[in-house]
Design a protein around this ligand. Sequence first.
Ligand code: GLV
Length: 388
Amino acid sequence: MPVITEIEDLKRIYRRRVPKMFYDYTESGSWTEQTFRENVTDFEKLRLRQRIAVDMDGRSTQSEIIGEKVAMPVALAPVGMTGMQQADGEIKAAKAAAEFGVPYTLSTMSICSIEDVAEHTSKPFWFQLYTLKDEDFMDRLIERARAANCSALVITVDLQILGQRHKDLKNGLSAPPKLTPKSIANMMTKVGWGLEMLQTKRRFFGNIVGHAKGVSDPSSLSSWTAEQFDPSLDWGKIARIKEKWGGKVILKGIMEPEDARMAMQVGADAIVVSNHGGRQLDGALSSVAMLPRVLDEVGSEIEVLMDGGIRSGQDVLKALALGAKGVMLGRAYVYGLGAMGQAGVTTALEVIRKELDTSMALCGRKRVQDLDRSVLYVPEDFGGRWKP
Ligand code: GLV
């Protein structure tokens, strides 16, 4: 058994184990990938203040997000095609999250369906909704999420059209993978992955295949989004979805203070400062650089979460110290899932919690609620001297 001490260890195993097409899907940003890279490197600009002689006994990372108790203020982000990274991936990730005590978000573009995940897990999860042209189908998705007892609807508001990720086009990304000489040659080197995939029936977009009409290639994420996603999404439609759902709503994909204000006006319960992991608008500033601006606008009025670039518990600590109520983890848990299945997701969460707990103690704080900007050194020009 390899000794796993950091998320990077899981990523190395993941890369060896999973077909290139799915590794690349995870490890991509759009176009030049500048935003994808800066989501990570901007965290390095924030530094921590070491404090001493503070009683460190009785520490706790427990918190609440949208009124739900969490073992630490981290949720698993919606990630498309998770069930291609590992057979039955969504079910395994949801189980790991439930056992650990953090929310799991199921993507619309999942392989295992809403019903399937609900049937195989014991705790409510969150459902992520893309806004679709076919309102009937979208309304049915909302009903299905309700019937599955999902405790929040996470509406992704930054993907009406798909940002171009060069690698996905070059690899011919699809679920299940198309059999070409190149993909077969690569899959033959991923024996463990392949054997497990052969034993499951879950190899298609489970929320969609058999439920939606008029899709030319139901295996292709890019043709799906181009044909089905609603480019005319506006605040009125977001308000309509919120009303239809009637429960907790989290809007994910907000970067600008004025959009955060609008999110409040439509009655969102929380927002996620996010540039979709650098996968949509390349050239946008990093999520962590935008976080303080959004917090200054709405931080005292609404729960602000963030995602993008979190690869360690120290990153979580920095986001919390800036004022976020919690963070979402995407790639960091997918590495674990692809590397070691459910146990890998648990390991990723344990690594993050341990780093968060230890760093918090070394900063002289015992509870995540005690983290604030005074544990950070923030460079004067953090976020850049950009002007809109
Ligand atoms: C969304 O599903 C993505 O691929 O970023």
